[in-house]
Ligand binder design. Structure first.
Ligand SMILES: Nc1ncnc2c1ncn2[C@@H]1O[C@H](COP(=O)(O)OP(=O)(O)OP(=O)(O)O)[C@@H](O)[C@H]1O
Ligand SMILES: [Mg+2]
Length: 230
Protein backbone atom coordinates (compact mmCIF):
# COMPACT_ATOMS: atom_id res chain seq x y z
CA UNK A 1 0.00 0.00 0.00
CA UNK A 2 1.36 3.42 -0.81
CA UNK A 3 1.48 6.11 1.84
CA UNK A 4 -1.23 8.71 2.31
CA UNK A 5 1.37 11.38 3.05
CA UNK A 6 4.81 11.13 1.50
CA UNK A 7 7.11 14.08 2.16
CA UNK A 8 10.65 13.92 0.83
CA UNK A 9 13.49 16.22 1.71
CA UNK A 10 11.17 19.13 2.33
CA UNK A 11 12.54 22.56 3.24
CA UNK A 12 10.63 25.73 3.99
CA UNK A 13 12.67 28.89 4.17
CA UNK A 14 11.01 32.15 5.19
CA UNK A 15 12.64 35.44 4.13
CA UNK A 16 15.36 33.89 1.96
CA UNK A 17 18.56 35.93 2.21
CA UNK A 18 20.13 37.51 5.24
CA UNK A 19 17.29 37.08 7.74
CA UNK A 20 16.25 33.71 6.50
CA UNK A 21 14.47 31.28 8.80
CA UNK A 22 14.75 27.61 7.94
CA UNK A 23 11.40 26.55 9.41
CA UNK A 24 11.58 23.07 7.86
CA UNK A 25 14.99 21.58 7.27
CA UNK A 26 15.07 18.49 5.05
CA UNK A 27 12.00 16.76 6.47
CA UNK A 28 11.16 13.20 5.40
CA UNK A 29 7.81 11.91 6.57
CA UNK A 30 5.42 9.16 5.56
CA UNK A 31 2.01 8.65 7.12
CA UNK A 32 -0.30 5.80 6.15
CA UNK A 33 -4.07 5.84 6.01
CA UNK A 34 -5.83 5.54 9.35
CA UNK A 35 -2.80 6.43 11.45
CA UNK A 36 -3.25 8.66 14.51
CA UNK A 37 -0.11 10.78 14.64
CA UNK A 38 0.89 13.49 17.08
CA UNK A 39 3.53 16.00 16.04
CA UNK A 40 5.17 17.53 19.05
CA UNK A 41 7.80 20.22 19.50
CA UNK A 42 8.61 23.47 21.27
CA UNK A 43 7.35 26.86 20.24
CA UNK A 44 9.06 27.88 17.00
CA UNK A 45 10.14 24.33 16.15
CA UNK A 46 8.17 24.32 12.90
CA UNK A 47 4.93 22.52 13.83
CA UNK A 48 2.53 25.00 12.25
CA UNK A 49 4.76 25.33 9.21
CA UNK A 50 4.60 21.56 8.79
CA UNK A 51 0.85 21.63 9.30
CA UNK A 52 0.54 24.30 6.59
CA UNK A 53 2.42 21.98 4.25
CA UNK A 54 0.48 18.86 5.24
CA UNK A 55 -2.77 20.78 4.81
CA UNK A 56 -1.85 22.23 1.40
CA UNK A 57 -2.12 25.75 2.79
CA UNK A 58 1.35 26.60 1.54
CA UNK A 59 3.99 25.10 -0.71
CA UNK A 60 7.53 24.15 0.27
CA UNK A 61 10.68 25.97 -0.82
CA UNK A 62 12.12 22.65 -1.95
CA UNK A 63 11.39 18.96 -1.72
CA UNK A 64 8.28 17.02 -2.63
CA UNK A 65 4.91 16.23 -1.12
CA UNK A 66 2.71 13.44 -2.44
CA UNK A 67 -0.78 13.28 -0.96
CA UNK A 68 -2.74 10.24 -2.11
CA UNK A 69 -0.07 9.74 -4.79
CA UNK A 70 -0.59 13.22 -6.22
CA UNK A 71 2.34 15.63 -6.26
CA UNK A 72 0.94 18.70 -4.50
CA UNK A 73 4.19 20.59 -3.98
CA UNK A 74 3.94 22.71 -7.13
CA UNK A 75 0.23 23.43 -7.44
CA UNK A 76 -1.43 26.83 -7.87
CA UNK A 77 -3.57 28.35 -5.10
CA UNK A 78 -6.79 27.22 -6.82
CA UNK A 79 -5.55 23.68 -7.26
CA UNK A 80 -4.43 23.56 -3.61
CA UNK A 81 -7.80 24.78 -2.48
CA UNK A 82 -9.53 21.98 -4.45
CA UNK A 83 -7.31 19.39 -2.76
CA UNK A 84 -8.02 20.90 0.67
CA UNK A 85 -11.77 20.76 0.08
CA UNK A 86 -11.63 17.13 -0.94
CA UNK A 87 -9.07 15.67 1.39
CA UNK A 88 -8.70 17.63 4.60
CA UNK A 89 -10.68 18.78 7.62
CA UNK A 90 -8.97 21.49 9.68
CA UNK A 91 -9.25 22.16 13.39
CA UNK A 92 -7.43 25.17 14.85
CA UNK A 93 -6.52 26.24 18.35
CA UNK A 94 -8.65 29.38 18.12
CA UNK A 95 -11.71 27.50 16.74
CA UNK A 96 -12.03 30.03 13.84
CA UNK A 97 -15.81 30.07 13.94
CA UNK A 98 -17.81 32.90 12.41
CA UNK A 99 -19.30 34.80 15.31
CA UNK A 100 -22.58 35.92 13.77
CA UNK A 101 -23.47 32.47 12.44
CA UNK A 102 -25.11 29.73 14.50
CA UNK A 103 -23.43 26.40 15.17
CA UNK A 104 -25.19 24.68 12.29
CA UNK A 105 -24.55 27.60 9.91
CA UNK A 106 -20.84 27.42 10.75
CA UNK A 107 -20.80 23.70 10.00
CA UNK A 108 -22.68 24.23 6.74
CA UNK A 109 -20.47 26.99 5.38
CA UNK A 110 -17.75 24.84 3.76
CA UNK A 111 -20.48 22.63 2.29
CA UNK A 112 -21.96 25.68 0.54
CA UNK A 113 -18.56 26.28 -1.07
CA UNK A 114 -18.65 22.68 -2.28
CA UNK A 115 -21.96 23.24 -3.99
CA UNK A 116 -23.92 20.79 -1.86
CA UNK A 117 -27.71 21.31 -1.84
CA UNK A 118 -29.44 22.90 1.15
CA UNK A 119 -31.24 19.70 2.06
CA UNK A 120 -28.10 17.59 1.90
CA UNK A 121 -26.10 20.25 3.81
CA UNK A 122 -28.58 20.29 6.65
CA UNK A 123 -28.47 16.53 6.91
CA UNK A 124 -24.67 16.38 6.86
CA UNK A 125 -24.35 19.22 9.41
CA UNK A 126 -26.88 17.70 11.78
CA UNK A 127 -25.10 14.36 11.64
CA UNK A 128 -21.76 16.03 12.35
CA UNK A 129 -23.15 18.04 15.28
CA UNK A 130 -24.71 14.88 16.66
CA UNK A 131 -21.36 13.14 16.47
CA UNK A 132 -19.79 15.79 18.71
CA UNK A 133 -22.77 15.77 21.08
CA UNK A 134 -24.11 19.22 20.18
CA UNK A 135 -27.45 18.47 18.56
CA UNK A 136 -29.09 20.61 21.25
CA UNK A 137 -26.88 23.65 20.51
CA UNK A 138 -27.56 23.90 16.78
CA UNK A 139 -28.96 27.40 16.84
CA UNK A 140 -26.50 28.82 19.36
CA UNK A 141 -23.91 31.35 18.28
CA UNK A 142 -20.26 30.92 19.32
CA UNK A 143 -20.59 33.60 22.04
CA UNK A 144 -23.36 31.50 23.60
CA UNK A 145 -21.17 28.42 23.94
CA UNK A 146 -18.23 27.35 26.11
CA UNK A 147 -14.74 27.01 24.63
CA UNK A 148 -15.07 23.23 24.54
CA UNK A 149 -18.43 23.46 22.79
CA UNK A 150 -17.03 25.93 20.24
CA UNK A 151 -14.18 23.56 19.50
CA UNK A 152 -16.70 20.74 19.06
CA UNK A 153 -18.56 22.89 16.50
CA UNK A 154 -15.24 23.43 14.74
CA UNK A 155 -14.69 19.66 14.73
CA UNK A 156 -18.18 19.11 13.33
CA UNK A 157 -17.35 21.62 10.59
CA UNK A 158 -14.10 19.79 9.84
CA UNK A 159 -15.73 16.36 9.59
CA UNK A 160 -19.13 17.17 8.01
CA UNK A 161 -17.96 16.30 4.52
CA UNK A 162 -16.10 13.19 5.77
CA UNK A 163 -12.59 14.18 4.70
CA UNK A 164 -10.10 11.31 4.86
CA UNK A 165 -7.58 13.44 6.78
CA UNK A 166 -8.24 15.48 9.92
CA UNK A 167 -5.49 17.99 10.72
CA UNK A 168 -5.65 19.60 14.13
CA UNK A 169 -3.23 22.35 15.24
CA UNK A 170 -3.27 22.59 19.06
CA UNK A 171 -7.00 21.76 19.19
CA UNK A 172 -6.96 21.64 23.00
CA UNK A 173 -4.59 24.58 23.48
CA UNK A 174 -7.33 26.94 24.69
CA UNK A 175 -9.33 24.41 26.68
CA UNK A 176 -9.54 23.21 30.27
CA UNK A 177 -8.70 19.61 31.16
CA UNK A 178 -12.26 18.28 31.00
CA UNK A 179 -12.95 19.83 27.58
CA UNK A 180 -9.55 18.64 26.31
CA UNK A 181 -10.50 15.11 27.29
CA UNK A 182 -13.77 15.36 25.38
CA UNK A 183 -12.02 16.63 22.28
CA UNK A 184 -9.46 13.80 22.45
CA UNK A 185 -12.30 11.27 22.80
CA UNK A 186 -13.92 12.68 19.66
CA UNK A 187 -10.63 12.51 17.74
CA UNK A 188 -10.15 8.92 18.89
CA UNK A 189 -13.66 8.10 17.71
CA UNK A 190 -12.92 9.59 14.28
CA UNK A 191 -9.75 7.51 14.13
CA UNK A 192 -11.74 4.38 15.01
CA UNK A 193 -14.06 5.23 12.09
CA UNK A 194 -11.11 5.03 9.73
CA UNK A 195 -9.96 8.63 9.41
CA UNK A 196 -6.33 9.64 9.50
CA UNK A 197 -5.69 12.03 12.37
CA UNK A 198 -2.70 14.35 12.51
CA UNK A 199 -2.56 16.29 15.74
CA UNK A 200 -0.11 19.07 16.47
CA UNK A 201 0.58 19.85 20.10
CA UNK A 202 3.24 20.94 22.54
CA UNK A 203 1.57 18.93 25.33
CA UNK A 204 3.23 15.58 26.06
CA UNK A 205 0.13 14.15 27.77
CA UNK A 206 -2.02 14.91 24.74
CA UNK A 207 0.62 13.52 22.36
CA UNK A 208 0.92 10.32 24.39
CA UNK A 209 -2.69 9.49 23.48
CA UNK A 210 -1.80 9.16 19.80
CA UNK A 211 -0.58 5.90 18.28
CA UNK A 212 2.54 7.47 16.95
CA UNK A 213 4.50 10.50 18.19
CA UNK A 214 6.83 12.50 15.99
CA UNK A 215 9.08 15.09 17.57
CA UNK A 216 10.27 18.11 15.64
CA UNK A 217 13.10 20.42 16.69
CA UNK A 218 14.50 23.38 14.72
CA UNK A 219 12.61 22.26 11.64
CA UNK A 220 13.85 18.66 11.69
CA UNK A 221 12.26 15.41 12.81
CA UNK A 222 14.39 14.24 15.73
CA UNK A 223 12.27 11.33 16.93
CA UNK A 224 9.54 9.10 15.54
CA UNK A 225 8.00 6.49 17.83
CA UNK A 226 7.15 4.38 14.77
CA UNK A 227 10.86 4.21 14.05
CA UNK A 228 10.28 5.55 10.56
CA UNK A 229 11.61 8.76 9.02
CA UNK A 230 14.94 8.79 10.80
N1 LIG B 1 5.48 33.86 7.82
C1 LIG B 1 6.66 33.74 8.43
N2 LIG B 1 7.70 34.54 8.11
C2 LIG B 1 8.90 34.41 8.71
N3 LIG B 1 9.19 33.49 9.65
C3 LIG B 1 8.19 32.66 10.01
C4 LIG B 1 6.88 32.73 9.44
N4 LIG B 1 6.11 31.78 10.00
C5 LIG B 1 6.88 31.14 10.89
N5 LIG B 1 8.15 31.66 10.90
C6 LIG B 1 9.29 31.19 11.72
O1 LIG B 1 9.47 29.80 11.44
C7 LIG B 1 9.77 29.08 12.62
C8 LIG B 1 8.73 27.98 12.82
O2 LIG B 1 7.47 28.58 13.12
P1 LIG B 1 6.14 27.75 13.41
O3 LIG B 1 5.02 28.71 13.41
O4 LIG B 1 6.09 26.63 12.44
O5 LIG B 1 6.43 27.19 14.88
P2 LIG B 1 5.51 26.32 15.86
O6 LIG B 1 6.28 25.09 16.16
O7 LIG B 1 4.17 26.17 15.27
O8 LIG B 1 5.46 27.22 17.17
P3 LIG B 1 4.24 27.46 18.22
O9 LIG B 1 4.23 26.28 19.13
O10 LIG B 1 4.68 28.70 18.92
O11 LIG B 1 2.96 27.63 17.46
C9 LIG B 1 9.81 30.10 13.74
O12 LIG B 1 11.15 30.44 13.98
C10 LIG B 1 9.02 31.27 13.20
O13 LIG B 1 9.49 32.48 13.74
MG1 LIG C 1 2.21 26.84 15.87
Amino acid sequence: MSALVDIRDMCKVYNPGENEVRALDHVNLTINENEFVAIIGQSGSGKSTLMNMLGCLDIPTSGSYFLHDQDVSHLSDDELSDIRNKEIGFIFQGFNLIQNLTAIENVELPLIYRGISKKERTKMSETALQKVGLENRKTHKPSEMSGGQQQRVAIARAIAQAPPVVLADEPTGNLDTASSKEIMQILKGLHAEGRTIILITHDNDIAAQAERVIKIMDGSIVHDSAGKNE
